[in-house]
Every structure is written in structure tokens, then in C-alpha cells.
Design a protein. Structure first.
Length: 729
């Protein structure tokens, strides 16, 4: 039996199916950890920004007046659409339309907060001669006309808004009118959108059944209710609408900087249009911050935006707790009552449900995005099919081995001329095994076809959506990290203008420890994000390669050629070539920078505690000496004790006949030790301040430069993979 099992395990088809099962199991494992790492990475970005902001609040560092301002590109970056991914096609489709999400633009961000402006070298563009594009009356409505009809258009500014602000500087007579008109149109459009949202959540009910009642399963407890799920959705929609109003309410008042572009006058309308398009693409904003806190606030905002860019990928990778809660809220238990029972029940029956009640669980509400059609469930189903396929192939090959044994036995029996009854019995066994081979082969073929169908219909499109989601995410992160890299250059001009030598507070020491912990979590999640994405694609790459070999055909060389395999291969090579080590080491070096600052603060605290201990000891000895003087001299005499601010030759010397001379000498020694400790503490405070300033100036810029380079290269690699996905048919 063991020999048969060993021979069975060595069959090529069985080994391939076993390897396929192992690779799919690893893919399921890697997807789980990839989803967790991705969620942790987005969370760590927000935590790092918050920790950095809290840390900067305790550092009195201001930007020098001689520090040059930074220039930020004024290009509007749009995140990907929530669900509209480019579908695979033989030819590359047109660029997808990007729906902008609700995030702040530069004109309303702390990154634009400026206290010093130098407009001497900047001039507004003169209008082109003989141009019909700037009439006075239509100009008032240019901002309204350029808005897209989509309800997303009010969440972010279009480039036409910046040109509109430039026109306001050119025509000061209509500046106030245009500003009022723009803000009115902005909030009016938003109000219309809110009305549309409200109307969409209050649709009239089309019909009512008198003999049917729905009982909603909510909060893991049953309660009878006749309301539909649209009420909950309406409340959530109203809350979302109110939150959007609160988010965008500072639109008009938070503008602190303007984009200025110089465009030479053209001779015609076409020439001006070309110049305007080039100028709009090259517009830059002058940004200058006053202190470290303003710089970090701008960095924190872009951290939050970068984290929000990964929300769509999170929805693709996992079923979040909120999605599970929504799914359970949508479960319904339908209660059916007979008309005779209902006719005999009084109005008080609702406290006690009737006896003739039938419950039906409506699981159709789970058939939603993030439910059975998610990447998670697809991989789980594929793993189940692979397990089933392995067992069926193993059974088929076992029957084939047994069939070969019976054929060999039949030949031996016929050769030896044994009893016909034994030969007939052997032939019957062979016929039965042949039937089993046909049945098991059909089962293998059916399971293999189902696996391939699930692979091509669900897995491949979901992976194409996933790679596009990753590409959009890293493109957005590159955009925000590039802004951070430009803004953080101002830390090189930080100076410590605080004349007070205040020691580091306990809150600031805790903020430093929190910053070190947040950056450590950032580094860990970044490494795990890249590692598990590689493991995930490596497992799927190997599984897909083996799945191209048909298991219901004995010809191993009949391998299918697939564009999808080239897509997997391109994705695997892109992940292998991505230079994540540089970015990882940059984040790790910043951890060391913060750790050095924390160590200096700990040393400062130790010296401070020694100073406080010495001061308490001095106070104790001075009090003891005063008590002795009161006892022996009946007064608070200071004879023999030199005051701290008095000269040594002021006539106060220790009297050798004084019985308290030794006590007074100990007090003077203790006083000198206190003065030395106070001097050491003062120097420790200065060292901590200098070390903090130096480490921030050398550590912060390197992190964002490395992240900008990494995200740029990673985006390019993923774009090539997305291009390859267009060839999938």
C-alpha cells in the first residue's frame, strides 16, 4: 500500500495539482497579509503626520528671513475613479476619466500659508491684443460655465479657477464681483448637490404588502420593524453631506496665496490658446512658512492625502468591518402570516409574535462589491476548487494505477492458463475500473473547467483592477510626496530664536517617543507592504503558469499560450526591480534621527533630576543649619557662610572656633555642587536644542526625497504592467 501511495505521489499530474494547491494557499495567505500591511501603511502615514505635528508644537524653531521660498507646481492631481477601471481590451483604451475626491487643494492648505511675499519679480499676464476671449460681462460667469456637470466638480478646483484668479488681478474693477460670484456659485452648486442627495434617499414606496412583514437583523439582535434599509442609508447620506459641507466651508476664507504666471502677448487667438495651455501647466505657487509648525502642518496634510489615496485599494484587498456591518444590516428575516391569523389579531399583537411564523433569510443582499465577488472570496473559492481538483486527480491516478495492476494480472493469468472464473473476475474488475476512470476523468475535467472559468471570469479582471488601483495610488502618493519634498526644504533655514533655556517638558518627551514609534510603524508597514505584494504575485505567477497545463490531458507539452501569463510575468518583474531598499533605509535613518533626539532628551532629564536632588539636599542642609544656629545662637545668623553673589574678600570667613564650622563647610560644598549641576543642565538643554535642529535639517529632507524617487519609479513600473493588461482578451 505504501508503495502504491508513493507511486501515486510521484505522478506528474498529481505533483502539479499538489503544487497548484500549495501556491494558491500561499496566495490566500499573502493576500491576507498584504491587505493588513496596506491598511497599516495608510494608517501609519496618518499617525506619522499627527506625531510629527505634535512634536513640532514643542519646538520653538522659526524659519530665517533669508531662507528662499519654495515653488510648488499648480497642477491638479485627480485620484482614480472609485469603481470605473479601464477594462481589458486588445488596444489601449482612451485615458480614463478621473473623479476627484474631496481633498483640499493648494489654495486652501497650510502648505500655502505665507508670511513673507516678494511680488517684485512677478507680473500678471497682459491680455492679448485684438482678443475676443475676455469680454467684461461673460467674464463674470466664466467660473460657473467652466464647471463640469458632474456632482464631483465642486470638490476640487479646476485649472480654470486659477486662471480666473489671475484675471481678477488683471482687472481690479471686477475683482470683488467675481469673488462674490465665484463663492456664490460654489456654494449654490453644492446646495443643489445636497438637494439631489436628499431627494435620492427619500424615494416613495411603490407598493405595500399587508400580509408580509420584514424583521431586520441589526446589532446582532432581532427586532420587528416595518422600515426599509433606505432610512439608514438616508441618515448616512445626510451625515456624509453635512461632513462635506463642513469640510468645504473654509473654501473662500482659507486662500492665502495666488498663482502668478507670466505669459507674453500673442498676435492671435490660437497663439494665445497655446500659450495659455502651456502657462497653465507651468504655473507655480510661491510658498513660505514662518516656523517649523507651519511646515509640519503642510507635511501632515499631504500625509493624510497620501493615506486617502490608498482607500480604493483597501476596498479591493479586503472586506472591512464597516462593509461587514452593512452586509449584516441588509440581511432580512421575512415573516409570513396567514390571513386568518392576521384577521383575528388585535392591535396589541406586536408585543408577542404569532405562532404561525416562517423565517426566510435573504442572502441575496450579500451579493455586492466586497462580498462574494471580491478578490478575497475569489481566491478562497479557487483554493477550494484546487483542493477538490487535487483529490479528484489523485483518485483518478489511483484508479489508473489499479487498472494497470489488473491488466498485468490478467495477462499473467491468461499466460499461465488459470481458471476461467478467476479470469472472468479479473476482467469484471477491469471493466469496473475503466468505468471509474471515465467517471473520475469527467470529474477532473469538470473541476478543471470550473477552475479555469473562475480564473478567467473573476480573478483576472479583479487583478487588472488591482494593478490599476495600485498604479493610481502610487501616482497620487508620488504627487503628495513630491510636494512634501519641496516644502521640507525650508527646514534647512530653521533657526532657534528662543532666548530662554527652558528644559524639555514631559509632554514633549512623550511626543518625541510617539514620533519614534510612529516612524518605526511606518517603516515596518512599508517593508511588509512590498514583501507581501511580491509574495502574492509570486504565488499567483507560479499558480497561473501551472494552470496553463491541462490536467485532463496526458500531454504535458500542450501548454496554452496566454497574454494573461505575460501580464503576471510583467508584474512579477516590476516588483523584483523596484528599488524599495533605498526608501526603506531612508525611513530607518529618520528613526535613528528621532532616537538620537530622544536620547538627548533623556540625558537632559537625568541631569535635571540630579540638579533637583542636589537642590533638595542643599535646602535640607540649610534648614538643618538654621535650626542649629537658632539652638546655639538664638538667631538666624549667617556668620561664616559666604553668600552666592558676594566676593570672597568681603570679610565673611569661617571662624575656626565656631562649633558649626564643619556644617557650614558642607553647606558651601553642596551649594557649589548645585551650581555645577545647574550649569550642566543648562548646557544639556542647549545641546538638545542644537541636536534637534541639526537632525531635523539633515534627516527630514532625505526621507521625502527617497519616497519621491521610489514612488516615481514604482509608478512607472506599474504603468508598464497596466499597459500590458490592455492586451488581455
Amino acid at each position: 500500500m505504501g508503495c502504491t501511495a508513493s507511486k501515486l505521489e510521484n505522478e506528474d499530474t498529481v505533483r502539479r495539482c499538489k503544487e497548484r494547491r500549495r501556491l494558491m494557499k500561499e496566495a490566500v495567505y499573502a493576500r491576507h497579509h498584504l491587505a493588513a500591511a496596506h491598511s497599516d501603511y495608510c494608517r501609519s502615514l496618518r499617525l506619522t503626520g499627527s506625531a510629527l505635528s505634535t512634536f513640532s508644537a514643542g519646538e520653538p524653531l522659526s524659519v530665517s528671513d533669508h531662507t528662499p521660498a519654495v515653488f510648488l507646481n499648480n497642477s491638479q492631481h485627480h485620484p482614480p475613479p472609485p469603481q470605473h477601471q479601464p477594462s481589458p481590451s486588445p488596444s489601449p483604451p482612451p485615458p480614463p476619466f478621473f473623479f476627484p475626491t474631496a481633498h483640499s487643494t493648494y489654495s486652501s492648505t497650510p502648505s500655502q500659508t505665507s508670511s513673507v511675499w516678494n511680488w517684485e519679480n512677478f507680473y500678471p499676464p497682459p491680455p492679448p491684443p485684438a482678443s475676443d476671449y475676455f469680454p467684461e460681462q461673460p467674464q463674470k460667469f466664466s467660473h460657473t460655465q467652466t464647471q463640469t456637470p458632474s456632482h464631483y466638480s465642486h470638490k476640487t478646483q479646476t485649472p480654470s479657477h486659477y486662471s480666473h484668479k489671475t484675471q481678477q488681478r488683471t482687472n481690479p474693477q471686477i475683482h470683488d464681483t467675481d469673488s462674490e460670484r465665484s463663492e456664490y456659485d460654489f456654494f449654490d452648486g453644492k446646495h443643489e448637490t445636497e438637494n439631489e442627495k436628499t431627494d435620492s434617499h427619500h424615494l416613495p414606496e411603490e407598493y405595500t404588502e399587508t400580509e408580509r412583514e420584514e424583521v431586520q437583523c441589526s446589532e446582532w439582535g432581532d427586532h420587528y420593524s416595518t422600515t426599509s434599509s433606505s432610512d439608514d442609508d438616508g441618515v448616512e447620506g445626510d451625515v456624509e453631506s453635512r461632513s462635506e459641507i463642513g469640510t468645504r466651508s473654509n473654501f473662500g476664507s482659507s486662500v492665502r496665496a495666488e498663482s502668478v504666471v507670466g505669459v507674453g502677448g500673442g498676435g492671435g487667438a490660437k497663439r494665445f490658446d497655446a500659450a495659455s495651455s502651456v502657462a497653465a501647466a507651468e504655473m507655480k505657487m510661491v510658498v513660505r512658512h514662518r516656523d517649523l509648525r507651519e511646515i509640519v502642518e503642510a507635511i501632515k496634510e499631504n500625509f493624510d492625502n497620501a493615506a486617502s489615496a490608498g482607500d480604493q485599494v483597501s476596498e479591493m484587498l479586503e472586506i472591512s468591518r464597516a462593509q461587514l456591518d452593512r452586509s449584516f444590516k441588509q440581511l432580512r428575516k421575512t415573516v409570513y402570516h396567514s390571513s386568518s391569523i392576521l384577521s383575528n389579531l388585535s392591535s396589541s399583537w406586536t408585543s408577542k409574535p404569532p405562532l404561525a411564523v416562517k423565517y426566510r433569510l435573504d442572502t441575496g443582499s450579500l451579493d455586492e462589491p466586497g462580498g462574494p465577488k471580491s478578490l478575497c472570496s475569489t481566491l478562497e473559492r479557487l483554493l477550494a476548487w484546487e483542493k477538490k481538483l487535487y483529490e479528484e486527480v489523485k483518485a483518478r491516478e489511483g484508479v489508473k494505477i489499479e487498472h494497470e495492476k489488473k491488466l498485468s494480472a490478467l495477462q499473467t493469468q491468461e499466460y499461465k492458463g488459470e481458471d476461467e472464473a478467476k479470469i472472468f473476475k479479473t476482467k469484471a474488475s477491469i471493466n469496473r475500473l475503466q468505468s471509474l476512470i471515465a467517471v473520475t476523468s469527467q470529474a477532473v475535467s469538470t473541476t478543471s473547467t470550473a477552475t479555469i472559468g473562475l480564473r478567467d471570469s473573476d480573478l483576472v479582471p479583479q487583478l487588472v483592477d488591482l494593478i490599476h488601483g495600485f498604479m493610481y495610488m502610487w501616482r497620487s502618493m508620488h504627487h503628495y510626496h513630491e510636494i512634501q519634498s519641496n516644502i521640507v526644504q525650508q527646514v534647512r533655514g530653521l533657526v532657534n530664536r528662543s532666548s530662554r533655556g527652558d528644559s524639555t517638558s514631559e509632554l514633549h518627551r512623550q511626543a518625541t517617543r510617539d514620533l519614534e514609534s510612529a516612524v518605526s510603524a511606518w517603516h515596518s508597514s512599508f517593508c511588509r507592504l512590498i514583501k507581501f505584494q511580491r509574495d502574492f504575485i509570486l504565488s499567483l505567477h507560479g499558480w497561473f503558469k501551472l494552470s496553463l497545463v491541462p490536467v485532463h490531458n496526458d500531454n504535458i507539452n500542450s501548454r496554452e499560450t496566454s497574454d494573461t501569463y505575460q501580464f503576471f510575468d510583467e508584474w512579477k518583474l516590476a516588483l523584483d526591480r523596484v528599488p524599495d531598499t533605498v526608501a526603506s533605509e531612508a525611513i530607518k535613518s529618520f528613526i535613528n534621527v528621532v532616537h538620537v533626539i530622544s536620547s538627548k532628551q533623556v540625558e537632559e532629564l537625568k541631569i535635571k533630576k540630579r540638579t533637583e536632588t542636589a537642590s533638595k539636599e542643599l535646602e535640607k542642609k540649610a534648614s538643618s543649619l538654621r535650626n542649629l544656629e537658632r539652638k546655639f545662637y538664638s538667631s538666624y545668623s549667617m556668620v561664616g557662610i559666604s553668600l552666592p553673589d558676594s566676593a570672597p574678600d568681603n570679610g565673611q570667613v569661617l571662624d575656626a572656633r565656631d562649633p558649626l564650622a564643619e556644617k557650614k563647610l558642607e553647606l558651601a560644598t553642596c551649594q557649589r555642587r548645585v551650581e555645577d549641576e545647574m550649569l550642566r543642565h543648562s548646557k544639556a538643554v542647549e545641546v538638545t536644542r542644537a541636536m534637534t535642529l541639526n537632525n531635523l535639517q539633515t534627516g527630514l529632507p532625505g526621507v521625502f526625497q527617497a519616497l519621491t524617487s521610489f514612488s516615481s519609479l514604482f509608478t512607472e513600473a506599474l504603468e508598464s504592467v497596466c499597459t500590458r493588461s490592455y492586451a488581455i482578451k
